[in-house]
Design a protein around this ligand. Structure first.
Ligand code: HEM
Length: 489
């Protein structure tokens, strides 16, 4: 029902559809007397109002979304048998939710924080979700550290605020974060809008073709609007003046018919090369330099339709890294493996066991055919069909063809460290990133980091954090130490 239907469809009603006589005055025992329990409209309104919120996302609570189209622009069938990628010109409907990470639902958009870039492809073989960020890497490489990491980014249990002590304590003690932190405090750390930033699948995923060959891939979405960032000073003003700046920018651009788009690329590594590649290809703190694995352009993503109802379509939207389709699968990246569990669990808690069946979440180009049933807010879609399998009454059956190819594993079980390849260490790519920056950019990076580190109250925490950047690049460390000293006195 649209806003227009609401305007034209007659009298106001109760939830049960009965016409409402008076929506201004509650029913009392006599004029000026106490309110009556028989005023069901009043009770229903108050009760419904109390239940308007669902738990906000534990991370990425603040976001905005839009629908659009993904179009294949190059033949990638030698790498994947995914049907939505099977033909040049083929179009697939998408829904994309952008977000910040640490802020709560009502937080400002213009802040230094990674941005979520979660795409749902409504393919004919089921929904494929790519739940990425605007950064190619991440702070940690093992899911077991994620709750601790996020605790340091969110509010301190005692002060109720984000604390520089916690942030830099964790990063200092987790040197694998140095690459992502260098990225975050550089120019791209505060995008000007959701339209003016790139997106990444970040993890390594598997593509597999009709012949059963497997490839490791990384996705890149390059903005056609051009990269635009805010300086720390610009962001501080904008966050105060217009906390909804990113959300408004996206909606208004689409309303004007200026549809934002991204050119989509993939890096492809033949599966056999993974074991000997100079960096561990399943380590999320590392990129694959383009010189090793060039970007192959294969698609265009355009956003062209705003949601009609933010709660129904954005707040209740769910994205899961475990939503794969035939021809695409996971890699052994330990972060990704943890995420394969975390999201479905979050959805069942936050939106409910039938979250997958809401209009924004259900398949649009096929239908879900499962034997799972019932639960809160089940809509009876299966009618009288049998709810078990195998059965002798027809209905959905298994295909015997897994979505992805098996991977070879060796060794014994145990709490193992991510394997280190020939050129891997926690600092090499952070140093390379620093040395790629212009002199001006280096200056801004050092200033941004120094401002943040100067909020740390303990010297040992600040020193340890600075030391990571020194190990990435001697000059970086020296300049940062001097800048922090100047601020801390
Ligand atoms: C093991 C590490 C991680 C865990 C356990 C984790 C967990 C979560 C959880 C529980 C949510 C909320 C989901 C919901 O309520 O709907 C979420 C949201 C999100 N996460 Fe992660 N996350 C991890 C790492 C990452 C990484 C590495 C990325 C990007 C590369 C990422 C991108 C996102 C995005 C974009 C969202 C918002 C999705 C949306 O728009 O609904 N997360 N994460």
């Amino acid at each position: 029902m649209t806003q227009e239907d609401h305007v034209t469809q007659g009298p106001l009603t109760t939830e049960a559809g009965a016409p409402v006589a008076d929506n201004q005055n509650s029913e009392t025992a006599g004029v000026g007397g106490p309110v009556l329990v028989q005023d069901q409209l009043l009770l229903e309104k108050l009760a419904h109002f109390n239940r308007e919120r669902i738990p906000e996302r534990v991370v990425h609570a603040r976001g905005a979304g839009a629908y659009g189209t993904f179009t294949v622009t190059a033949d990638v069938t030698r790498y994947t048998r995914a049907k939505f990628l099977s033909e040049i010109g083929k179009e697939t409907e998408v829904f994309l939710r952008f977000s910040t990470v640490a802020g709560n639902l009502g937080a400002a958009d213009a802040v230094r924080d990674p941005r979520g870039f979660a795409v749902k492809f409504y393919t004919e073989e089921g929904n494929y979700d790519l739940v990425g960020n605007n950064t190619p890497v991440f702070f940690i490489r093992d899911a077991i550290k994620f709750p601790d990491f996020i605790h340091t980014q969110k509010r301190d249990p005692y002060t109720g605020s984000q604390e520089a002590d916690n942030v830099f304590d964790f990063w200092g003690l987790s040197p694998e974060s140095t690459h992502q932190v260098t990225w975050l405090f550089g120019d791209r750390g505060i995008p000007a809008s959701y339209r003016h930033m790139d997106g990444f699948g970040s993890h390594t995923f598997q593509w597999n073709n009709e012949a059963g060959e497997a490839f490791w891939v990384k996705y890149h979405f390059k903005t056609d609007q051009g990269i635009k960032n805010l300086t720390a000073e610009e962001a501080e003003i904008l966050a105060g003046k217009d906390p909804d700046s990113h959300q408004r920018d996206l909606r208004e651009a689409i309303e004007r018919g200026e549809f934002p788009s991204w050119t989509v690329y993939v890096q492809v590594m033949p599966a056999a090369e993974a074991a000997t590649y100079r960096f561990n290809p399943f380590d999320l703190t590392k990129v694959w330099p383009h010189a090793d694995y060039p970007l192959i352009e294969f698609g265009k993503l355009e956003l062209n339709r705003n949601p009609e109802n933010i709660f129904a379509e954005v707040e209740q939207s769910i994205f899961s890294p475990a939503h794969f389709v035939p021809g695409i699968g996971p890699s052994p990246d330990k972060m990704l493996q943890g995420r394969l569990f975390a999201y479905g669990d979050a959805h069942r808690y936050r939106v409910g066991i039938n979250a997958d069946h809401l209009p924004v979440n259900r398949p649009h180009a096929t239908e879900a055919r499962t034997h799972s049933r019932d639960g809160f807010l089940y809509d009876g879609r299966h009618k009288g069909a049998k709810n078990y399998e195998p059965n002798s009454f027809g209905g959905p059956f298994q295909t015997d063809r897994p979505l992805w190819q098996p991977t070879t594993v060796t060794g014994v079980t145990g709490e193992t460290v991510t394997p280190v390849h020939a050129e891997d260490n926690d600092f090499v790519q952070a140093g390379n990133l620093y040395r790629l920056m212009s002199e001006d950019e280096k200056e801004r990076l050092v200033k941004n980091l120094a401002n943040a580190i100067s909020g740390v109250t303990r010297d040992d925490i600040a020193d340890r954090a600075i030391n990571n950047f020194r190990q990435a690049d001697e000059d970086f460390g020296k300049r940062l130490e001097a800048a922090v000293q100047a601020l801390r006195g």
